[in-house]
Ligand binder design. Structure first.
Ligand SMILES: [Zn+2]
Length: 258
């Protein structure tokens, strides 16, 4: 983490019964008007063996990846875009989907001058890997700056964590859900200390400003949120506590399969 006293961060985690950091990597399906979108694709086989479960979980949910017509990416980081493509053979894991993301994402990650500024790990894990993950979708990629990007889903650019990092606001009747992407990575610490960022934020200050704007908006509106790194099952509301915030998990309704 950056821009935080590490002892204070450790104490917040310890106090929340999390002696070590634990990170969920969530993705979401949106059924709308007879269509089906997945928001982010998880980490494929890029990260830890306890991650990369999206394909198995889709199968368990009875969903054929071929029936997904849209992949909405919050940003091109490996825990979000690595699940697009089977890296052992380059096959698209969503062969009928259009890949949809903010125009700043490929602009940044496909820029050789930007890549030259990164360290070796960053070059390999973020730039090179990201390019390989999106390349098979080259002919079916749609870029946006804002607006409705899928029926009932509006892009809410929240730039900073990456240059095109985007949240998605899902509306249905009177209900709204803000899928806020990577507004937080360590929820306990960053809701308590919203200025705390991550070493891999492309722009630490812009990411913190975007986080504060997002916190203020969803707390003021009281709307349901979900995040890629809010602990599973992720759905929560956020309330203000002075200069800090607190997440309140929604009950999880899960129908057990036969
Ligand atoms: Zn992430």
């Amino acid at each position: 983490m950056r821009n935080v006293d590490l002892d204070a961060a450790h104490n917040i985690l310890k106090d929340a019964f999390r002696p070590a950091r634990r990170t969920s990597v969530n993705t979401f399906l949106i059924h709308s008007k007879g269509r089906l979108a997945i928001v982010d694709t998880g980490s494929g086989n890029y990260l830890l063996p306890t991650a990369g479960m999206v394909q198995r979980n889709l199968a368990r949910a009875g969903i054929d990846p071929k029936s997904i017509d849209t992949v909405l990416l919050t940003h091109m980081h490996p825990d979000h875009s690595a699940g697009l493509t089977d890296m052992s053979n380059g096959a698209q894991l969503y062969p009928n989907a259009e890949l949809v993301m903010h125009e700043n994402e490929p602009k940044h990650w496909l820029d050789d001058a930007e890549m030259a500024k990164a360290d070796e790990r960053g070059k390999k894990l973020y730039f090179q890997a990201g390019r390989e993950q999106v390349a098979p979708y080259k002919d079916r990629t749609r870029l946006f700056t804002q607006g409705e990007v899928f029926p009932g889903v509006t892009a809410v650019p929240s730039l900073g964590h990456t240059p095109g990092h985007t949240a998605y606001l899902v509306a249905s009747g009177n209900d709204q859900l803000m899928i806020w992407g990577d507004t937080v990575h360590v929820p306990e610490v960053q809701t308590a200390l919203p200025e705390a960022g991550m070493a891999f934020d492309t722009d630490l200050a812009a990411a913190a400003a975007a986080r504060k704007r997002m916190f203020d908006r969803v707390a003021s509106d009281g709307i349901l949120i979900a995040g890629m790194h809010v602990h599973f099952p992720s759905f929560s509301r956020l309330s203000r506590r002075g200069n800090a915030y607190e997440l309140h998990a929604e009950p999880w309704m899960h129908e057990l399969g036969a």
